[in-house]
Write a protein that binds this ligand. Structure first.
Ligand code: ATP
Length: 356
C-alpha cells in the first residue's frame, strides 16, 4: 500500500470539553477512535454511518481544519501534521472539499465566475481574460453554461449551486476531493445528476474521492470501497460490491436492512437494530456495538474486537463473525504437529488488508 494517494493511520480525535461546574474537568467527546484506511488514485472510498458516528470529523481531520489527538494523515508520502504554513498552502491545492450545503458554502456576494477562480487567485494573479476563460472552462466541465459566470449564487438552483461548488473544487486540479454529504440537500433526481457528474469527472481526470454519506443508496451508486463507522470507529471496510452482497458486521447488516430497497425484486433480511446510539463521551466497554447487537456474546462486553482481514479483502471488527486467531498459539501447535501442511482455519485470515 506504499503507493496510496492518501493513507490514514490510527487517526483519533477527542474534543476536549474543558472545565465545567466546580472546575471539574468534563470528559472528552471521543469523536474518532483509531481510524485507518487508504485511498488509491482515481478511487472512491465512501464513509457511512449514523449521525454522530464521526464522519464529518474524519473529513475535517483530512483537511486539517481540526488537529488530531493522535494518528497521521499522509498524502503522497508526506505527513501533513509536519507541514508549516507555506508547505501546507501548497499541499492544500491537492485536496479540495465539496460541502453538504450549496446555499451556505458559497459567498453570496461573489459571482459564479469569481467563486470559481478565487482559489486559483489565492496562488497566482490572473488577467481578466484568463480568469474568464478558466471560469468558462470549469462551468462547461460541470455541465453549466459559461454565461452563468455573471450570476450570483442566489440566482441559481440547488443543483446548479452544487455544480458550482464542484467547479470551484476542480479549479486547483486536485488529486483528491472530500465530499461531505455533497448530495444530501438535493432532490433525488438532482442527486443522481450530481453523482453521475462526479463519476464522469473521476473517469476524465482520475480524481480520488472520499465520499461521506449516511445514504446507502448513494454509496452503492458511487463507491468502490466503503468504510462503515460506528461510534467513532471503523467496524467494516469492504469493496462496495462485497459489502452490499454480504455484509459481515451485524451493524452493517442492520444499516443495509434498514435502507429502502429501490429494486422490489431484491429481498433484504429484516435485521432490527434496537436501542439508541450510545454517547461518545462514555462509550460502552468491549465492542461499542454490543448493547444493540443481536448476536453479542460475553466476550463482546469485555474485549474490543480488532479489525480482522478476511479472504475477500475486507476487514471486520466482530468477535462472532470475524474472530481474531491467536496466530502465535496456532503456529506453535503447527510446529508440534508437522503432519498437517495447511490449516484451513488460518487461510481465511490471509487477504488484502486495509491496514496501512
Ligand atoms: N467541535 C466539537 N466539539 C465537541 N464535540 C463535537 C464537535 N464536533 C463534533 N462533535 C461531536 O463528535 C461526534 C461526531 O460528530 P461528527 O459531526 O463527526 O459526526 P457525523 O457522523 O458527521 O454526524 P452527522 O451525520 O450528523 O453530520 C458527535 O458526538 C458530535 O457531537
Amino acid at each position: 500500500m506504499s503507493g496510496s494517494l492518501l493513507k490514514v493511520e490510527s487517526l483519533t480525535k477527542h474534543y476536549g470539553r474543558g472545565t465545567g461546574f466546580l472546575r471539574k474537568t468534563e470528559p472528552a467527546v471521543r469523536a474518532v477512535e483509531d481510524v485507518s484506511f487508504s485511498v488509491e488514485a482515481g478511487e472512491t472510498l465512501c464513509i457511512v454511518g449514523e449521525s454522530g458516528c464521526g464522519k464529518s470529523t474524519v473529513a475535517r481531520l483530512l483537511m486539517r481544519i481540526v488537529e488530531p489527538t493522535a494518528g497521521r494523515v499522509i498524502i503522497d508520502g508526506v505527513d501533513i501534521a509536519g507541514l508549516k504554513s507555506h508547505a501546507l498552502r501548497a499541499w492544500r491545492r491537492r485536496m479540495q472539499m465539496v460541502f453538504q450545503d450549496p446555499y451556505s458554502s458559497l459567498n453570496p456576494r461573489l459571482t459564479a465566475g469569481q467563486i470559481i477562480t478565487e482559489p486559483v487567485e489565492n496562488f497566482e494573479r490572473l488577467r481578466r481574460k484568463q480568469s474568464q476563460a478558466l471560469a468558462a472552462e470549469l462551468l462547461r466541465k460541470v455541465g453549466l453554461a459559461p454565461d452563468m459566470m455573471h450570476r450570483l449564487p442566489s440566482e441559481l438552483s440547488g443543483g446548479q449551486r452544487q455544480r458550482l461548488g464542484i467547479a470551484r473544487a476542480l479549479a486547483l486540479q486536485p488529486s483528491l476531493i472530500i465530499a461531505d454529504e455533497a448530495v444530501s440537500a438535493l432532490d433525488v433526481s438532482v442527486q443522481a445528476q450530481i453523482l453521475n457528474l462526479l463519476m464522469d469527472l473521476q473517469q476524465q481526470l482520475g480524481i480520488a474521492f472520499v465520499f461521506i454519506s449516511h445514504d446507502l443508496s448513494v454509496v452503492e451508486h458511487i463507491g468502490h470501497r466503503v468504510a462503515v463507522m460506528y461510534l467513532g470507529r471503523i467496524v467494516e471496510l469492504a469493496s462496495c460490491e462485497a459489502l452490499f452482497a454480504m455484509p459481515v458486521h451485524p451493524y452493517t447488516e442492520a444499516l443495509i436492512a434498514a435502507a429502502p430497497v429501490p429494486d422490489p425484486t431484491r429481498v433484504r433480511r429484516e435485521v432490527p437494530v434496537e436501542g439508541e446510539v450510545p454517547s461518545p463521551i462514555n462509550p460502552p466497554s468491549g465492542c461499542t456495538f454490543h448493547p444493540r447487537c443481536p448476536i453479542a456474546v460475553e466476550r463482546c462486553r469485555i474485549e474490543r474486537p480488532p479489525l480482522v482481514p478476511m479472504a475477500d479483502g475486507r476487514v471486520v471488527a466482530c468477535h462472532v463473525r470475524a474472530p481474531a486467531l491467536d496466530i502465535h498459539a496456532e503456529c506453535s501447535r503447527k510446529d508440534a504437529d508437522r503432519s498437517e501442511a495447511v490449516n484451513p482455519e488460518l487461510s481465511f485470515a490471509v487477504g488484502r488488508s486495509d491496514f496501512p
